[in-house]
Every structure is written in C-alpha cells, then in structure tokens.
Design a protein. Structure first.
Length: 428
C-alpha cells in the first residue's frame, strides 16, 4: 500500500482497541502509513494533517472474514472495484474473498490476479481463499501447496458444502500439513436439496420447500468427528442454529481445532423477514426461527462464535425479481455489517469492545494477520464512526453495485464517517 504523506494526527477521538481493551479519549499519530503513537495528548508534528474526530470512535479497520465477489466471471453482479467502494463505506479494510466465483479460484494465477487487483486499488486488502476442491465441485482436491504459495489465506468451497466425508477428511489433513484450515458451509447437501426456507410452519404456510435445521447440525457433527480424527482445523461459516452452536461449544471444550463465524442476518433477523415472499431475505443458509436467532446472540456473548463476517453475496436485480423458489439466495452485507452489529450494542446484548473484537482482532488472530489492532508500528488501517448517528438502509442507495440487502428499510445507529487504508483516506 502507498504511504500517506504528510503525517496524520487524529485528535479528539474515542480510541477503541479490543485487542488491548483500550477505550479512552485521546489522539493517534500516523506516519508513513503506520501507527506511530497514540495516547491522551500528542503534539502536532511539523506538516502533519490534523483530523478532528469530534468525539467519534477511532478503531482498527474491520476484517471481513467472508465475502463473495462477482469478479471474475459475474461482473454484472459486482466488480472488485464496486466491492471495494462498499467495503470502504462499511469501514472494512481487509476482505477475505470466497473462491466459488464463476471462474473458481482453484488456480494459483487466478488467486494472484484477485490479490493484485486488491493491491492496485490501494483501499482494500483482498485475501483470497483457495478452492478446497477443483471447481468447488466437492470431488477432487485442489493443489493446496501451490495455492498456499500463491497466497491462499485458507481453503473452502465457499457456498458449496464439501459433502463427501472422505474428501473432507483429506482436505482437513492436507490443510493441516500446510499450516492452514478448511472453511465449511455447514449444510448437509442431500437433506437441503431443493429447499428454499427453514422447514416449519412458516414455510408450509407459504408453500415453500423447506430445509430442516438439522441439515446444519448434521454437517457440523460430521466435520467435528473428522477434525477429531485428523487433528485438522475446521471453521464453520455463517452458523445459524442453536443445535450447531451447542456442538461447536462442546468441541471447543474438548480442545478440538474448531472455530466458527456468523453473519448479521442470523442475529438480527428471523424467518418472518421472508413474509410476502421477500426475495431480498432469501439467504443461504435460510433465516431461522426466533429461538435460533436468540441462540446466535447468546453464542456471540459467551464466546462460542469467533467472528462476525459480512457474508456478502452480491446479486443483480434480475436474480431477485423472480418467484421466491427461483430467486437467487444471498444478501449484500459490506456496507451494513458494522451498523447491524452495533444494533446488538445499542440493544444491550454486547459491549462495544466485544462487538468490535468480533470484527477486528478476533478474525485477525484466526488468520494470523498483524492488522485489526491499534498497535504501534502496525499498518494504519482505521475506521472512524459515530456510534449514535442514525441512518436507514435503502436498497438502491447503498455504495457499490450490489443492492440486494436483507436489511432494506432497517433503521440503524452507528455510521462510518471515515476509513483509512495504510494512512490513506479511502472513505469520508
């Protein structure tokens, strides 16, 4: 990333660093794109640009553990440029890109292409996942060694579950050998096939084919058993049911290498959001019953969940303007991940530091990154936001190309005022 010049002094900020527990008023100095110092009162270096935060929060830039990009192959849905615009507006400075694009990231050259496109932007670090299997088809393993050498942050088939137990066992073993891990979409494919909503009263009333919640917990149970056999690390993405979270909690207590994330729809919405056949709320996994939403909130509180990811799935308007059963699943989430997470702070479910930890230092630790902390000498990836400023999610007015937000019409408190990447202002 290019260095920012001149130096920048942030003053009158509420400095928040979940990694160290810092929450105090103060100043922060950026020099040559790095955090040089922070404290209660810092002098203004000669020639420095002063940014008066006006009491707003200044925190590490967000690390998005899981997002899909349209490029390469589906640029009509989203490009890397448009995703970077939405990410900057959402306070995201590092994004982990899923490999199940139209042209899957199962080739080192494609992985390098995505990474270099991010570097060229100068506003967002894009860390691509390598496809766990060729073409994300769940059959033959990809070349883990070559993909890791090319920069794969970990391995996954994205929104496709690795359904074959033998393939998953091999994947966990190979990933362990390369010091990496497997991210699994926890949904038993045969049980979920053809379903479009959570099985139950609501799906029945709407005449929709259901997916039993056990499809998630069954896959989680299987892969925990495989992690026990291989001593590999499995990470479960967008966990959405209480039963699956109970299994993950037990596996952690056993000392297995098991981690997980969730996404804002699963702690902010329930299955009633698909009422009137609202396709913007058609997601994968589908929105769950209220009891599962509450279980996800509890798992955020007790530490079972390791991170919050945007789970960004860009869709074109034509993908959603279809009967519910035929519409594409997925929701845009880059611009809203912080605001919806802060709703749990305003609601009293999480402290501000705990909420931000799930978006910064915790995913950084999982990925082995230096970012996500206000550490002297670390890259000056920063977000400034007003915790109390209200705004409304409006599809059609969101930054970036993807507008398919399941939160369309949702009022939120907490708005990003500025984002900096390596000391360079990229939003606000």
């Amino acid at each position: 990333m290019p260095f920012s010049s001149p130096d920048i002094l942030f003053t009158n900020a509420r400095l928040l660093d979940p990694a160290s527990g810092l929450d105090s008023p103060g100043s922060l100095l950026v020099s040559r794109g790095l955090i040089a110092d922070h404290g209660g009162s810092l002098g203004v270096p000669d020639g420095a640009t002063v940014v008066d935060c006006g009491g707003a929060v200044l925190a590490p830039g967000l690390i998005d553990l899981r997002a899909s990009l349209g490029e390469p192959g589906n640029e009509y849905r989203e490009t890397i440029d448009s995703a970077a615009e939405a990410a900057a507006a959402g306070g995201i400075t590092t994004l982990c890109a899923l490999p199940d694009t139209e042209t899957p990231l199962d080739d080192p050259a494609l992985l390098q292409y995505v990474w270099r496109r991010g570097e060229a932007l100068g506003s967002l670090s894009i860390l691509p996942y390598g496809a766990a299997t060729r073409a994300c088809a769940g059959k033959d393993l990809s070349e883990f060694g070559l993909l890791k050498e090319a920069g794969a942050i970990a391995f996954t088939d994205g929104t496709h579950a690795i359904g074959n137990a033998r393939v998953m066992r091999l994947a966990l073993s190979y990933a362990r050998a390369f010091g990496s891990f497997i991210v699994q979409h926890p949904e038993e494919p045969d049980l979920a096939r053809g379903g479009v909503a959570t099985e139950g009263e609501m799906a029945s009333r709407m005449g929709l084919a259901g997916i039993h919640p056990a499809a998630e917990s069954m896959m989680v149970a299987r892969d925990i058993a495989l992690a026990r056999i291989t001593k590999g690390h499995v990470h479960f993405a967008h966990v959405s049911t209480g039963a699956a979270l109970d299994l993950i909690r037990q596996a952690k207590d056993e000392g297995l290498r098991v981690t997980c994330d969730t996404a804002p729809p699963y702690f902010d919405l329930n299955e009633t959001a698909i009422g009137d056949f609202r396709t913007y709320a058609k997601l994968s996994p589908p929105l769950r019953r209220e009891e599962d939403r509450l279980a996800v909130v509890a798992a955020l509180q007790n530490g079972t969940i390791d991170a919050i990811a945007s789970d960004h799935q860009p869709r074109d308007a034509d993908d959603k303007r279809l009967p519910f059963a035929q519409a594409a699943a997925g929701g845009a989430g880059l611009a809203t991940v912080l605001g919806v997470t802060l709703a749990r702070v305003h609601g009293g479910d999480l402290s501000l530091l705990d909420a931000l930890a799930l978006l910064t230092c915790k995913p950084a630790t999982l990925l082995g990154l230096e970012t996500g902390r206000l550490t002297r000498g670390a890259p000056a990836d920063l977000v400034m936001f007003d915790l109390e400023r209200g705004w409304k999610v409006e599809a059609g007015k969101l930054p970036g190309k993807a507008q398919n937000s399941p939160f369309d019409g949702r009022p939120l408190e907490g708005r990003v005022m500025g984002t900096w990447k390596a000391g360079k202002r990229v939003f606000g």
